[in-house]
Design a protein around this ligand. Structure first.
Ligand SMILES: Nc1ncnc2c1ncn2[C@@H]1O[C@H](COP(=O)(O)OP(=O)(O)OP(=O)(O)O)[C@@H](O)[C@H]1O
Ligand SMILES: [Mg+2]
Length: 506
């Protein structure tokens, strides 16, 4: 197909430097009309940077961009929009205080004046949302929307502004399988209309399914562009990391350690189904990994919040290391050596305008190694050296540990949180979607690290919407559905069929 289609976009010899760091180095990308073109690369390979250049958020240090054969300079997102380029960012950019409608028309050139025809706008948006099957309640504030719904608003916004090239930067990272199916339907529709989609994802199964062609980036450079029909997932993964990844196989334990945490008939908003807990009893022992399988949004978030002291049960009780918890507050739990890899890393995990180093020691500033013992008078040098050590150990790719955390690539921000939480040698680890957004190699590293913590005696509760991940590392598997525990299964030769049925509430 590639031969007879017109090229709509060409990025030529693109180089982008941030200080000493080359985020992109002589990158070439050619996108055809009506194709889904995937950018594949490790965390920090330069995918988002290249797309931010295309969307006018950054200026390339060198290189040229051609749209429909014309050389262009894209100096701002509004210029990109004029050229027919739309982008859904890796981290959502919606204004939370506003409604869906206000967000969609925000920045639309036609709504600059005082008088905008609200009703006409609404009608247009409604038509679009029906055409593409993008459900959205226009008057709802963004804060009330689940991640999947926010994603739909972002796409609707890009489509409303009118685009023939739509960039989707890791759109499926936080979507349920069902929502991903919905998104793929939209992508197919766009493709059918001759529009081009540039797709970014670390999930190989998706990449193989939706792409026409794939361009691989490694360390800021283009490796090659391939037709999806000419390669296997394994070949793609190997080209992406530049070496062969051995298949993994973790040992499973029978878990006869002491109880690290016990929930006894716990309920919280018990009738809420999707964000409540209904009579949950479970146990996490030292030295075992308990996996919570289930479709996202069946009470998993509440389970994690409760077990890290962020919410208190309305009924039932929790024991931590064999004593009853009387006060549910996060700092008390941290003192009890409970570590937490949170679901929403941007809100709960990282302080974006602090440095990588400061984020790494965020919870241990009172440690004698890093201050006078009460978190004042920080020992800058010691913190710096510790950060360098962590950077190496967790392969955090940044130009310097003094760099602001928000400038790191999505996956590398994630590694900071993992380093901080795992290094605390926790007694109990509540890990929520720990490898979301990580490339294949980094995800493997995290699995190794979690298993190592287990072997050192940590009790691990692993909550993940990635079924493969649950199967791979869990010693015991519990299934959650509508706030309830539907069943318990051994992690050794788990009955996949049965677990899948339980996930669907059967
Ligand atoms: N504003 C910035 N200042 C300094 N360095 C930056 C900035 N933006 C990106 N970088 C660096 O450029 C490199 C590429 O980052 P980029 O976000 O493009 O990676 P990515 O391929 O999207 O990774 P991921 O899969 O983790 O999202 C990283 O090393 C990152 O730290
Ligand atoms: Mg990125």
């Amino acid at each position: 197909m590639a031969e007879d289609r017109k090229e709509i976009l060409r990025m030529e010899h693109i180089t982008k430097q941030f200080g000493y760091v080359y985020a992109n180095r002589d990158v070439n990308l050619s996108v055809l009309e009506g194709e889904v073109h995937t950018l594949l690369g490790e965390n920090g390979a330069g995918k988002s940077t290249l797309m931010n250049i295309l969307f006018g958020l950054y200026q390339p240090t060198e290189g040229n961009i051609f749209v429909r054969g014309q050389k262009v300079r894209i100096e701002s997102p509004s210029q990109a929009v004029k050229l027919g380029i739309g982008m859904v960012h890796q981290h959502f950019m919606l204004v939370e205080a506003m409604t869906v409608f206000e967000n969609i028309i925000l920045g639309d050139a036609r709504s600059k004046g005082i008088f905008i025809d609200q009703n006409a706008r609404r009608r247009e948006i409604k038509e679009l949302s029906e055409k593409y099957g993008l459900d959205a309640d226009l008057d709802q504030p963004i804060t009330e929307l689940a991640v999947g719904a926010q994603q739909r608003v972002e796409i609707l916004k890009a489509l409303y502004r009118g685009c023939d090239i739509l960039v989707l930067d890791e759109p499926t990272a936080a979507l349920t399988d069902q929502e991903t199916e919905g998104l793929f339907e939209i992508i197919k529709k766009l493709k059918g209309e001759g529009k081009s989609v540039i797709f970014i994802s670390h999930k190989m199964r998706e990449v193989l399914r939706i792409s026409d062609r794939v361009t691989i980036l490694r360390a800021g450079q283009t490796v090659e562009t391939l037709n999806i029909n000419d390669v296997t997932g394994e070949q793609l993964a190997n080209k992406m990391i530049g070496r062969e990844l051995k298949s993994s196989q973790y040992s499973k334990t029978d878990g006869n350690g002491e109880d690290a945490a016990v929930l006894d008939h716990v309920s919280y908003h018990r009738n809420f189904k999707h964000n409540g807990l209904n009579d949950v009893s479970l146990k996490v022992r030292h030295g075992e990994i308990v996996g919570i399988a289930g479709v996202d949004g069946n009470g998993q978030s509440q389970l994690a919040m409760l077990m890290t002291g962020n919410i208190a049960p309305e009924e039932g009780s929790m024991d931590l290391k064999k004593s009853k918890v009387v006060r549910f507050d996060p700092s008390g739990f941290i003192e009890q050596n409970v570590a937490h890899i949170p679901e929403d890393r941007n809100k709960a995990g990282l302080v974006g305008n602090m440095s990588v180093a400061d984020n790494l020691v965020l919870k241990i500033t009172k440690d004698k190694r890093f201050s006078d013992g009460n978190g004042l008078r920080l020992k800058k040098k010691a913190i710096h050296n510790y950060a360098l050590q962590m950077q190496k150990k967790y392969d955090i790719r940044c130009s310097s540990v003094d760099q602001e955390a928000r400038n790191l690539s999505g996956g590398n921000q994630q590694k900071i949180i993992l380093a901080r939480e795992l290094e605390a040698a926790p007694d109990l680890l509540i890990a929520v979607h720990p490898t979301r957004g990580l490339d294949i190699g980094a995800a493997r590293f995290i699995h190794d690290a979690i298993v190592k913590e287990r072997d050192a005696g940590c009790g691990v509760l692993l909550i993940s919407a990635d079924f493969d991940e649950i199967l791979e590392v869990s010693d015991r598997i519990l299934v959650m559905f509508e706030g309830k525990i539907m069943g318990e299964f051994s992690g050794k030769n788990p009955p996949i069929e049965e677990i899948s049925l339980a996930m669907a509430g059967k």
